[in-house]
Design a protein around this ligand. Structure first.
Ligand code: ACM
Ligand code: ZN
Length: 532
């Protein structure tokens, strides 16, 4: 963006000074300079904008300030916030510039999304109490600054597994609000699992009558508690199509695109418990009550499997307008396929080498369907095995190798390696933390992640679309615990995703974060406290 020509040296100098002072913006903006004085927000402040974002801004500030600001088409002499969309061919659609003076606050951007991110920064320039849901008694001042800001990556993602544990609609909305606050723009909603199917599909009512419920749930860790004990409590739930439409709209109002995940061919036990004819053995199967990988999966030799999944996707396409459809593809045991006459017949008929190529056949066939609907398939890095679908994007989770291979062959990639992005891992010594799946991922290690692998040539770098944090919920049964596992680590990921890597400095980030956590306090977020 080239709205202002601030010298980099000067900006850097002032930026350093500012971070010792009262401004703590997360993620770190591209550049910032402090000017003289401050803007005072009061009940007479006017918002100038031809944009629906005026309501958003008003609604964000109203509970804490008690102000219902007037909207006007033209600026008065002073005391106004001006949201302005301007054409600038050079600018990134998500970039914005913000200038505050004693007279006004001006946010300019190419698109509404850019204005939206400018508003997030504006809110962070106000006292942290602005995020509170009840009236606060404080002076609503905004320091005079000029900020120029552009995201580093296009895909700034956060995932939530609602298959292992259903999470209520209100929590999904809070999750989205927190994403927006951190300038994240992609919510990967993991909707189907062995332990539960969470999306209403009108054509297949048994998915919500049967697949959405399990009889009981394992107590403790699956690894070292044999014989397993169960809690005897039925668990489940699903999102109606009306609820999903509402959530998609809520996300869109926050410039967040939702990527739905419908898992195939593995992690499908809940679905085949309701429709056993889609499995190799014909069942019977039960919705899983413990964690792990299960051998019973969709039969790849049965055309009805594809009809079923295509019909499911037809309803998914209607509900989710975004570009990407996630089909999972991870952790699919091939045991049943090896024994299944239909699967073996398919391997023969399609001239496939083995069951890995059969998985690849499965994903390619689904990809054709998804592409015909004008969408793009994305899957976990196992979709590379046996041959990657022609237009597919890859989510690299078992390290970066899959992502590197995909980028080298001109496929788009989301980096989400377990070592840096799995927010279900422990964030401190196990003995001090609530039960987690394993691993060790303290905040500083998240922050240290650099998503562009050294192995890539300059012309391959563009295939790394961005990064994503994953919140798998085997050992996360409540929204409170999901928040505890996600925050503050999501904030470190958000900064990697948005900010330039040239200014990365963990102690400096940590001191900004300390102040930032006051905002999360105002929002009642159950984040893990920072280590002393
Ligand atoms: C995964 O964690 N199985 C993608
Ligand atoms: Zn089969």
């Amino acid at each position: 963006m080239k709205f202002y020509g601030t010298s980099i040296a000067l900006t850097l100098l002032i930026t350093l000074k500012v971070f010792a002072g009262p401004i703590h913006i997360i993620p770190q903006p591209e550049s910032m300079a402090v000017l003289q004085g401050q803007f005072i927000l009061n009940r007479d402040t006017v918002i100038i904008a031809p944009s629906r974002l005026t309501d958003y801004l008003n609604n964000q500030m109203a509970p804490a300030t008690g102000f219902d600001l007037k909207i006007s088409a033209t600026p008065p002499q002073s005391n106004y916030i001006h949201l302005q969309i301007i054409a600038d061919a050079d600018s990134d659609p998500e970039a914005y510039n913000l200038t505050s003076t004693p007279k006004s606050v001006n946010i300019i951007a190419l698109t509404e999304a850019g204005i939206f991110y400018g508003i997030q920064t504006l809110l962070q320039l106000l006292p942290p109490e602005v995020y509170a849901k009840t009236r606060q008694n404080t002076a609503w001042t905004i320091p005079a600054v000029t900020i120029k800001d552009t995201p580093r990556f296009k895909w700034r993602g956060l995932h939530l597994d609602v298959g292992r544990h259903y999470m209520p609609v209100d929590f999904i909305k809070k999750y989205l609000d927190l994403m927006a606050l951190h300038k994240l723009n992609t919510f990967h909603w993991h909707l189907t699992e062995d332990q539960g199917w969470r999306i209403e599909i009108k054509k297949y009512p048994k998915l919500t009558e049967i697949s959405a419920w399990r009889d009981e749930t394992l107590i403790g860790h699956a690894r070292n508690n044999k014989p397993w004990k169960f809690d005897s409590k039925r668990h489940g739930g699903f999102y109606t199509q009306q609820e999903i439409k509402n959530i998609v709209q809520y996300a869109a109002e926050r410039y967040i695109s939702i990527v739905p995940e419908i898992e195939m061919p593995g992690h499908s036990l809940a679905a085949i418990a309701a429709y056993p004819e889609l499995s190799c053995t014909g069942g019977p199967h039960k919705v899983a009550t413990r964690w792990g990988i299960f051998k019973d999966v969709y039969c790849a030799g049965n055309d009805e499997t594809f009809t079923f999944l295509q019909n499911v996707l037809d309803e998914v396409f209607e509900l989710f307008p975004g570009k990407y459809i996630h089909v999972g593809g991870d952790e699919c045991p091939k045991d049943r396929w090896k024994e299944c006459a239909k699967c073996q017949a398919r391997i023969k008929a399609e001239n496939l080498k083995d069951e890995h190529e059969l998985q690849s056949y499965f994903i390619k066939r689904m990809e054709k369907y998804i592409n015909n609907a004008g969408r793009t398939l994305i899957g976990w890095d196992e979709i590379i095995e046996g041959g990657l679908s022609p237009n597919a994007a890859v989510m690299s989770w078992r390290g970066e190798k899959g992502g590197i291979t995909a980028a080298q062959t001109k496929h788009y990639v989301i980096m989400s390696p377990t070592k840096h992005c799995y927010l279900n891992y422990y964030q401190g010594p196990e003995e001090n933390e609530p039960l987690a799946i394993g691993g060790n991922l303290p905040l500083e290690k998240v922050y240290s992640y650099e998503p562009i692998p050294k192995e890539l040539l300059p012309q391959q770098v563009k295939y790394i679309l961005g990064i994503q944090g994953n919140v798998w919920t085997e050992y996360i049964s409540t929204p409170q615990k999901a928040e505890y596992m996600a925050y503050p680590r999501v904030i470190a990921l958000a900064e990697i995703a948005w900010s330039a890597n040239t200014t990365k400095d963990f102690p400096e980030f940590r001191s900004r974060l300390e102040k930032h956590l006051q905002r999360l306090d105002s929002l009642n977020v159950n984040y893990r406290k920072l280590d002393k």
